[in-house]
Design a protein around this ligand. Sequence first.
Ligand SMILES: *Cc1c(COP(=O)(O)O)cnc(C)c1O
Length: 393
Amino acid sequence: MNLYNRAPIAVDRGEGVWLIDTEGRRYLDCVAGIATDALGHAHPALVAALTEQAGKLWHVSNIFRIPGQEALAQRLVDASFADCVFFANTGTEAVECAIKTARRYHHVNGQPERIDIVGFAGSFHGRTYAAINASGNAGYMEGCGPRLPGFVQLSIDDTAAIEAAIASPTTAAVIVEPVQGEGGARALSGEWLLRLRELTRKHGVLLIHDEVQSGMGRTGKLFAHQWFDGAAPDIMALAKALGSGFPVGACLATTEAAKGMTPGVHGTTFGGNPLAMAVGIAAFDTIANEETLAHARAASADFFERLEALRARFPDVIAEVRGKGLLIGLKMIPNNREFMGIARDHGILVAGGGENCVRLLPSLLISAQEIAEAVTRLEAACGAARGLMAKAA
Ligand SMILES: *Cc1c(COP(=O)(O)O)cnc(C)c1O
């Protein structure tokens, strides 16, 4: 199906932060599969985990115990607010499970009227029907039939509407990305997230964090909400970097929030299969250690400093540098899609994003030298963009 505006590169292989196309051209990859290849390409620990598991066992079904699932779930639980985990294959499935978990909670609590899921403008939760309704973004919903009942979309800045929605007796849960990814690398403040936590708790409404993009070290903490003490949700969706390139998603919850998730209520054929779990465990053990997270924080500080300096040299090209950790947004003055093409011509790959942003989402292991090289290439791209703008004027 003709669903993607694909960049004209046929990718052949990857090495760390580098992608090499079929003609041997090398690109510095600041897309990383949209914040997914958190350890770069062909990381030896992941390659070893996958190849070893491939000769052992691929798939058995969730009617059996899968030791890898128990091991990865234990790691996630030990490192988070959560007590239990459901494994899926993708982010949108993790969100789907989060929404069902929230509605089931109120159902078994004797409040079946609580079905409303409150989401926010500029959010992205994936492409299944519930996920597009939860985000409420018109661009993802147009022509896909009626909006589902039980979804409310608000602006992040509309405090009064947020307070009213959370106080409503039909509200089940609020879903939010602590750092909006597709929306353009918008980091929500600790104050905002803590206020949301306080309000949801007060009114018996569950809080869902969609950390599909911001989680697993992307912001320099294992989970983005961990920057703020007391901000932890009741339910959290993960995917992307959880498998660092192998498809795996997860929905984490407290025992209390998951009390409606009983045998038969939900399930999956492939979710949590032994291949995904083997890679997930290797990825977790490489990401969730202080060395990797400290490296990501230092890389972020370095990158932000260099990008701010670049913006100062090109205020006519870059309007703003924003985001958190290595989820970085450059708000562009020229069209972001055009700039992505110019950057590609200069040997650096960047992702798009809302509000005319381009996003830089490199491997968490990116070196200082590679960051300097990335900024050199972006500088050349900014120069070319400036030239094109002058020509057009
Ligand atoms: C990518 C993303 C999703 C959807 O994940 P898929 O694996 O594409 O289904 C959901 N939420 C957020 C925040 C994302 O960035």
